[in-house]
Design a protein around this ligand. Structure first.
Ligand code: PEP
Ligand code: MN
Length: 341
């Protein structure tokens, strides 16, 4: 339930209303805008009489929010959330970031070579998997702890923040130097993991599950946010449909829907969505036009020799061309901020 307060509501009146809500067992989320204060009520609001609330002198309106996600809901957090990834990189609220790097970290030289190349091409954040969720247990599983070390070293060498995937809460100690922790599509509904990540104090990027609805993605964000973390980034990476010409089906409408429903930044991953390097550039351009706050692209210095997902990896030159296209799209649509020009 959301209560919009009258402009003349005093601090004392607001506090006493909030105390009354708390006495009823509800958590209170206060959003102070320039002109209006909005109270979001979290918990079982069935005992609150909306008419009674509207009758109070300081309440302008009270509405039940039917959506079960509260913290992620734009209705009572109208401004875009800007996730501060590092001193120099932010995502959301007009701040756009290209995230690029290999599917998996393979060795020191590979990750450093790719890191330097994608940075030259326009990437702001370096990706690289160390714990890989593979369908077959016989496929390359990632370098684990050593992979994280190589990734963070490449990040330090280039000055780029890094993102990598966690598969289990037991790995959390290894992520101390990681800037954004990624929850992969297969773990989107690993609720124990999400709860743990909500308490870890780092930005979390959640990828949409292969067969999950947008609402379920938002509920996963809610799990992380209910633990205290407000820095959540959502990622559309394609969903499974009857289509076989692409690895998954990129649901770009998800970007527009999320923009309406939530204040959280939205990133698109055209690499896993299409599974084919030739399809990545057009889908990256489309994602930029749809309003994504970031695009995550897999890049390998030698795609044919990649240990994982080589078919969808761009070469550094191809990445630089896509980055330029994406910038052109954003400029044409007047989405660029002055600092990005
Ligand atoms: C990845 O980004 O490395 C990955 C495994 O993606 P997804 O979870 O979307 O399959
Ligand atoms: Mn991959």
């Amino acid at each position: 339930m959301i209560a919009v307060l009258r402009q003349d509501a005093t601090q004392e009146q607001i506090e006493s209303l909030c105390d009354w809500f708390r006495e009823k067992g509800l958590d209170v989320h206060i959003s102070r805008g320039k002109y209006q204060t909005i109270i979001g009520l979290i918990g079982d609001t069935s005992r609150i009489d909306t008419d009674l609330l509207c009758g109070l002198s300081i309440v302008e309106s009270a509405t039940r929010v039917s959506e079960p996600y509260k913290s992620a809901n734009r209705k009572f957090h109208p401004e875009d959330t800007v996730v501060q990834v590092s001193d120099t990189v932010s995502i959301g609220g007009g701040h756009f970031a290209l995230i690029a790097g290999p599917c998996s970290v393979e060795n020191e030289e590979q990750i450093l070579t790719v890191a330097r190349a994608v940075q030259r091409g326009g990437a702001k954040i370096l990706r690289g998997g160390a714990f890989k969720p593979r369908t077959s247990p016989y496929d390359f599983q990632g370098l684990g702890e050593a992979g994280i070390r190589m990734l963070t070293e490449a990040g330090r060498a280039t000055g780029m923040p890094v993102i990598t995937e966690i598969m289990s809460a037991s790995q959390l100690d290894l992520f101390a130097d990681v800037d954004i922790i990624q929850v992969g599509a297969r773990n989107m509904q690993n609720f124990d993991l999400l709860k743990e990540l909500g308490r870890c104090g780092k930005p979390i990027l959640i990828k949409r599950g292969l067969a999950n609805t947008i609402k379920e993605l938002l509920m996963s964000a809610e799990y992380v946010m209910s633990g205290g973390c407000q820095d959540v980034i959502l990622c559309e990476r394609g969903i499974r449909t009857f289509e076989t010409y692409t690895r998954n089906t990129l649901d770009l409408s998800c970007v527009a829907v999320l923009r309406e429903r939530t204040h959280l930044p939205v990133v698109v991953d055209p690499s896993h969505a299409t599974g084919a390097s030739r399809l990545v550039p057009p889908m990256a351009r489309a994602a930029a036009a749809a309003g994504a706050d970031g695009i995550m692209i897999e890049v390998h210095n030698d795609p044919a020799a990649a240990l994982c997902d080589g078919a969808q990896a761009l070469t550094p030159d191809q990445f630089a061309a896509v980055a330029a296209d994406v910038q052109a799209v954003r400029r044409a649509l007047k989405m660029e901020r002055d600092e990005d020009r």
